[in-house]
Design a protein around this ligand. Structure first.
Ligand code: ES4
Ligand code: ZN
Length: 322
């Protein structure tokens, strides 16, 4: 249809993408061979067949296994360069990329190699790209402080701090002190909240961690007062439609609450989350959402505009990208 062409051609900003979630099975196998890493899967097809998730944890187990092939600076460069090439094809003009250093330091990879490889690929791409260091919330706050300390010598290479991994049982307030420190240091702050966790986690991400965007946040609709607040404060939600369906947050795309959120005046953006695992990149997410829900041209323009408005970029730079 005509709308499809508009969705594909629009300049877009992507605000929620885990770079380790952009590792395609083919690249996982190529890096495993290059680095002599053994994988518990016989082939690309065997690995892809394991991508049948029932919830967030069932995905994370496979996502961390996939990331085990990343050992050297060049591996991080190659992964990031491949993602940025796909983003460029989807007319993504700006992207804010999460990376999970603790996934790699646990395997003995120096934080410097992680950051240098990802950052070098960003510099070599025509897509505007910035980085957000994300803490793993299933680990302790002490561990988060330790990786922050290790990453601070390279602080000119990332602009923000995030919080991801297993949400249930790991509320934002577990990281109150380390987020306060990151705020003092001048980082932009975001956190995953209200993906699988309750609306109360969205409130503590805002009130305790002082985040400036909520990643996912779709469960806010269970609390009408919270929805009203998010709309009033024009707090951006980085919604990831294909992710939500793959991880069974919604049984199918037709049941996704993105339109209800938009109608409530919430500043919704569309993002790919872990595109290699969830069935697609930015344009796939836009197309799947627009095919399943009664959305039109004005929604498309609003969603794309929201992405740029919610980006951590100076106003003048945003204008240049449009
Ligand atoms: C993630 Cl979808 C999702 N949720 C929480 N943490 C994550 N890390 C990578 N993808
Ligand atoms: Zn995410």
């Amino acid at each position: 249809t005509q709308l499809r062409g508009v969705l594909e051609g629009m300049p877009k900003a992507e605000l929620h993408i885990h770079i380790e979630g952009s590792l395609e099975p083919e690249l996982i196998f190529a890096l495993a061979a290059r680095n002599n890493v053994a994988l518990p899967y016989a082939s690309v097809e065997d690995l892809r067949a394991a991508y049948a998730f029932t919830d967030l944890q069932s995905f994370l187990d496979i996502y961390y296994a996939g990331a085990s092939v990343l050992l050297h600076e060049q591996d991080f460069y190659d992964m990031t360069a491949a993602y940025l090439k796909r983003a460029e094809q989807d007319n993504v003009r700006h992207t804010e990329i999460f990376f999970d250093p603790q996934t790699h330091t646990a395997r003995g990879v120096p934080v410097k190699d992680v950051i240098d490889g990802i950052h070098r690929a960003c510099q070599d791409s025509p897509v505007s790209a910035t980085l957000i260091l994300s803490f793993l919330r299933h680990l302790s706050e002490e561990d988060a402080f330790a990786v922050l300390e290790e990453a601070l010598p390279y602080r000119d290479k990332y602009i923000g701090i995030g919080l991801d991994s297993s949400e249930r049982g790991n509320p934002p307030e577990k990281f109150a002190r380390v987020f306060a420190r990151c705020k003092e240091l001048g980082f932009r702050l975001v956190a995953h909240a209200g993906e699988e966790g309750p609306p109360a986690y969205i409130e503590t991400a805002l009130d305790v961690l002082k985040v400036e965007r909520i990643d996912h946040g779709v469960r806010c609709l269970e609390d009408p007062a919270l929805v009203e607040r998010l709309a009033r404060e024009q707090m951006a939600l980085t919604v990831c439609p294909l992710s939500n369906v793959k991880l069974c947050v919604f049984p199918e795309m037709a049941q996704h609450n993105l339109l209800e959120l938009l109608d409530a005046g919430v500043k919704v953006t569309i993002n790919s989350d872990d595109p290699a695992y969830f069935g697609g990149y930015m344009n796939d997410n836009f197309i799947a959402t627009f095919e399943a829900l009664p959305l039109g041209l004005s929604h498309a323009q609003r969603l794309a505009r929201n992405g740029f408005e919610a980006a951590f970029l100076p106003e003048a730079q945003k204008q240049q990208l449009l």
